[in-house]
Write a protein that binds this ligand. Sequence first.
Ligand code: EPZ
Length: 423
Amino acid sequence: MAIEERLLITGGHPLEGDVYVSGGKNTAAAIIPATILSQTPCVIENLPDIEDLRVSAQMLRHLGAKVNWIPEQGVMEVDASSIDRTDVPLDLCRRMRASSYYIGALLARFGSAQVPMPGGCDIGQRPIDQHIKGMRALGAQVETRRGIVYATAEPLVGGDVFLDIATVGGTINVMLAASRAQGNTTIYNAAKEPHIVDLANFLNSMGCRVKGAGTDVIRVRGVQDLQSRRPYAVIPDQIETGTLMIAAAATHGDVTIHGCIPTHMEALTAKLLEMGARVEERDDSIRVRSLGGHRAVSFKTQVYPGFPTDLQQPMGALLCTATGTSTVVENIFESRFRYLAEIERMGARVRVIEQTAIIEGVPQLHAAAVEASDLRAGAALVVAALMAQGTTEISNVHFIDRGYEHLEAKLASLGAEITRACD
Ligand code: EPZ
């Protein structure tokens, strides 16, 4: 029986002081499988110590790679030269969405991949049809039997990939496959998220030729002999930065978040300013202050640089105590509002109609026992608990551990009253 862990948070304490953001979960999720592409050992730095990366390291070891991970230093050394199989186990794939990236990476290196359909947060149907479309456009034979994707390519040949959706994972997977394909690949309608650019920079650091990352047309010239020649540090976590910004505003605090990239945060910054919080951007830090009295705002989630869907949930929690009625439209995933039902137990007044949440702000939330349904829903419940009167119990903390490194230690260092209880 797994030990059930809960977070106990007593609200009402303004967060104050300095906090350092960790390396990006979703950028690391792409760059760790990309180490398979290198003929030489890779050293990846600034990695967060989170569950998803432990799973990815297990996948690499299962394939035969030598992996030395020093979580306290955020460093992972990967030597993929000893990989001797291309099948990824089901139990590991079920635990994260990014397992799908092993299709593109294994196809590119070995011309073969057997990868079960990915797991990940239950926020919608989350098919990978665009990933498969991209692999086929590069000449791969791909079929799915009993929930396992079987892909072969003798060899991968560069081509044009027209993505029907600006899918982050689909863009990443095609970039990985194209990196060692024969010839040039052009990805149209590509995602533009910061971690797409980070992956492109990592591939280029190994000798690949990726141009246009960060725009909706990415061109990749495949290079057979990719070699990592120096350590590569992943970019800071955009979503952790945003979660900490929201928590600072929610508690009417004064927090400076260091080691972040302010330009990645513009959509959220604009909304916090609209609400009446104060946000100051510096080179690699953001200071968020608030005296409360937040105005209701409305927003729609969009692909980057629009408002990130991963911040919809923590922001929705903040809006529960804004003055007025806010409207939130979730355009990316089908069911990403379940956290609101939990915050209703704390006194929030919300209505969800299909992809729209109408949030009528209340003066005060009250503590309750609530349950996280996915990673960012967990973050939303933490924000709500930090605002609420009394001590809130959040269960299913393992969701939060998948994507936030030492969240309770960071919040406690800023003055939050937060502890972890084990049943
Ligand atoms: C990545 O998921 C992130 N996960 C998600 O973060 C993030 O919410 C999402 O990008 C959008 O930014 C990782 O990077 C590991 P998509 P991904 O492909 O790649 C549909 C978090 O909390 N779609 O851009 O799965 C899909 O169903 C997680 O850190 C297809 O229809 O996102 C969704 O509705 C949650 N067919 C939409 O596109 C496909 O082949 C966007 O999905 C692929 C996607």
